[in-house]
Design a protein around this ligand. Structure first.
Ligand code: TMP
Length: 215
């Protein structure tokens, strides 16, 4: 049975590399999977992403950010995720709903109830099968993200206190439901983190994925 796996966490935690490596490992073992991301992951949602990740950090308040994230998520689900799952493909997503909980709900101070209520209205009961939260000191992670210097840094510029709240929110979310979440220590080398991710997924879905050297 095909699955949807989300990799989430603070900015600069290494999700980009780890999602690409995971896709390689799945493909190498003969499992067809797509790699997608949020905000974005479909043509309409990528247009909304542009609005969110560029410009002044105060350009949108937390509620407006949440509404834009949900608009992007709804179209991402309809255009990309649900069709892939219906075709029997696995889906790996770089971020999903827990980013809204951590960033807008906790760090953005809307509260989890509001995020969960709006999520229910817009997205309904849909949930991924497994969410891996990459956990790392947010200062180290942010300095990596800054060093990449790829632009799209509106959230990165929200300040240290904001990102400390994001990290602790993700840790709290990870401990809230052990059937859905796994906390991954992302402070080690890329290979160490990939190994933890693969062994977690192997255990969860009785697979024998191996580290792929194609990434
Ligand atoms: P990315 O750099 O990981 O692609 O994500 C862009 C930014 O969007 C990142 O700083 C986190 C933020 N974000 C939210 O604030 N709420 C959300 O629901 C999502 C999906 C992302």
């Amino acid at each position: 049975m095909n699955k949807m796996i989300v990799i989430d966490g603070v900015d600069g935690a290494g999700k980009g590399v780890q999602t690409r490596r995971l896709q390689q490992s799945l493909l190498s073992s003969g499992i067809f999977c797509i790699l997608t991301r949020e905000p974005g992951g479909s043509p309409g949602a990528e247009q909304i992403r542009e609005l969110l990740v560029n410009g002044d950090p105060d350009k949108w308040d937390s509620m407006t950010e949440l509404l834009l994230m949900l608009a992007a998520r709804k179209t991402h689900l309809r255009e990309t995720i649900l069709p892939a799952l219906a075709q029997g493909k696995w889906v790996i997503s770089d971020r999903f709903a827990d980013s809204s909980r951590a960033f807008q709900g906790i760090a953005g101070e809307l509260g989890l109830d509001i995020v969960n209520q709006l999520h229910q209205i817009c997205i309904g009961d849909f949930k991924p099968d497994l969410v891996l939260i990459l956990d790392i000191d947010e200062k180290i992670a942010l300095s990596r993200a800054e060093a990449r210097g790829q632009g799209e840094d509106r959230f990165e510029r929200k300040g240290g206190e904001y990102h400390a709240m994001v990290r602790s929110a993700f840790r709290e979310i990870a401990s809230s439901d052990s059937s859905l979440y796994r906390l991954i220590d992302a402070s080690g080398s890329m290979d160490e983190v990939s190994t933890q991710i693969l062994s977690t997924i192997n255990q969860a879905f009785s697979l024998s994925l191996q580290l792929s050297d194609a990434s």
